[in-house]
Write a protein that binds this ligand. Structure first.
Ligand code: 5AD
Ligand code: SF4
Length: 441
């Protein structure tokens, strides 16, 4: 092939960024850029960034740093998108002089034009928020062959303004895609071989609430569930305050809805939850967890925990540990509080010392490790339906996920990738399960 240009994308952060990167790749394909896994061969390198914690942001700057010398050695274009791009805008062009373009979270649609300008030596930043449905990040992903699982964006942005969180500032206000368009995207995906979808949004539970006449999230789940050939539905992320009884009922009613929910509590103390502006109390959170467990016995619950939030006392922290034990999470992501620009909590008094925060993080992780190991051990001897996603990193085994979203490794023919198989669990590890194939469904 002559004249084909190569595109390398590096993605940091959450699944929304992964999904945006897929859209960037599809969009730039029509500009003549083919994907490559080798950054040293790329004509265009796009870095999709995350700024949810300071550490993530630092990682971006050190990653960009490595291209400084390379830019002198060979010609290629370097672009930055995602949340750091949105937060910094023009400042990023000044701070990183070897950067060619900056596009914010609502500006994916401008990329072709920006890349053409960059090819002519023009440096641009585009970070305007667009709160209507012309935003490309809300559009369906171009249908390409491959993969049994697919992320489908149903809404973006967040109106909650939790006091620690930068998301509302870098992703903008909540906006939902039209349900008809979502259903059509999933129908097409199923026709192309997809068997499981994960519905994506910063706060999927408030899907449709701002759009007159639109379905609720529970209504959307019911419509999607009726699609023939689709086997599994997942969604992320849920805000506990917006989980309705109707949504909880979906777990009892819809067999395709997987037995897993990511339901971040963030903290276990009412005082801290209030200061975080989470909109629920410890008791309300636990009542929703109990209702979910009643609706779908065996549901796997995962969550997020922040330690060292301003003003967090040892007593507050102990309430986080006890909440974790009451819920008995399958697994959690745990974070040391990180002050973020523009957020309310960045100005709160009562900063917890770094050493104290780290110590609390260690205690949270130790407790969770024990609970996860115990949970995994409980699966040994059971038979699980596993959707085979690919070859494990070591390359000698297949891997896939159970209904409850646990990763299982097992020996098998790569031809099984994309199908649902029965696997007997033989061992539990801290991060995954080991199993053996029984029958192919
Ligand atoms: N500091 C630490 N953790 C944070 N998160 C979001 N903002 C912060 C912050 N400023 C965590 C929350 C959220 C997850 C995606 O990241 O737990 O659920
Ligand atoms: Fe951030 Fe809270 Fe919105 Fe989640 S719900 S994105 S934590 S502001």
């Amino acid at each position: 092939m002559t004249g084909e240009k190569l595109l390398y994308i590096e993605t940091f952060g959450c699944q929304m960024n992964v999904s945006d990167s897929e859209k960037v790749a599809a969009l730039l394909k029509s500009e003549g850029y083919a994907p490559t896994a080798d950054s040293s061969a790329a004509d265009l390198i796009i870095v999709n960034t995350c700024s949810v914690r300071e550490k993530a942001e630092h990682k971006v700057y050190s990653y960009l740093g490595r291209f400084r010398g390379l830019k002198r050695e060979r010609r290629f274009l370097l672009g930055v998108g995602g949340c750091v791009a949105q937060q910094e805008g023009e400042r990023l062009l000044k701070r990183v002089p070897w950067l060619d373009l900056v596009f914010g979270t609502h500006n994916l649609h401008l990329l072709p034009e920006m890349v053409r300008a960059a090819e002519q030596g023009e440096r641009r930043a585009a970070v305007d928020f667009i709160d209507n449905e012309t935003r490309l990040d809300l559009f369906p992903r171009a249908d390409e062959a491959g993969g049994a699982t697919r992320f489908v964006t149903v809404m973006q942005g967040c109106d909650n303004f939790c006091s620690y969180c930068i998301v509302p500032y870098v992703r903008g206000r909540e906006i939902s895609r039209r349900s008809a368009e979502i259903v059509e995207e999933i129908r097409n995906a199923v026709a192309a071989g997809v068997r499981e979808v994960t519905l994506l949004g910063q706060n999927v539970n408030s899907y449709g609430l701002k759009t007159p006449g639109e379905l609720t999230f529970a209504g959307l789940l019911r419509e999607i569930s009726a699609i023939d050939g689709l086997e599994r539905i997942r969604f992320t992320t849920s805000h506990p305050k917006d989980i309705s009884p109707d949504l909880i009922a979906c777990f009892a009613e819809l067999p395709k809805l997987c037995a897993h929910i990511h339901l971040p509590a963030q903290a276990g103390s009412d005082i801290i939850l209030e200061r975080m502006n989470r909109g629920y109390s410890r008791q309300e959170y636990l009542a929703k967890v109990a209702a979910l467990k009643a609706a779908r016995p065996g549901i796997q619950i995962t969550g997020d925990i922040i330690v060292g939030f301003p003003g967090e006392t040892e007593d507050d922290f102990l309430q986080t540990l006890s909440l974790m034990e009451e819920v008995r999470y399958t697994d959690i992501f745990s974070f040391a509080y990180s002050p973020r620009p523009e957020t309310a909590a960045a100005a709160f008094a009562g900063r917890v010392a770094r050493k104290e925060t780290q110590e609390r993080l260690d205690r949270v992780q130790e407790l969770q490790r024990d609970m996860t190991i115990e949970r995994h051990a409980g699966f040994v001897g059971t038979c699980q339906a596993v959707l085979v996603e690919g070859m494990s990193k070591r390359g000698d085994q297949l891997y896939g996920r159970t209904d409850g979203n646990l990763i299982v490794n097992f020996a098998g023919d790569p031809a099984l990738i994309g199908s649902l198989v029965d696997v007997r669990i033989t061992r539990g590890y801290p991060n995954s399960l080991l199993g053996e194939l029984t029958t192919v469904q």
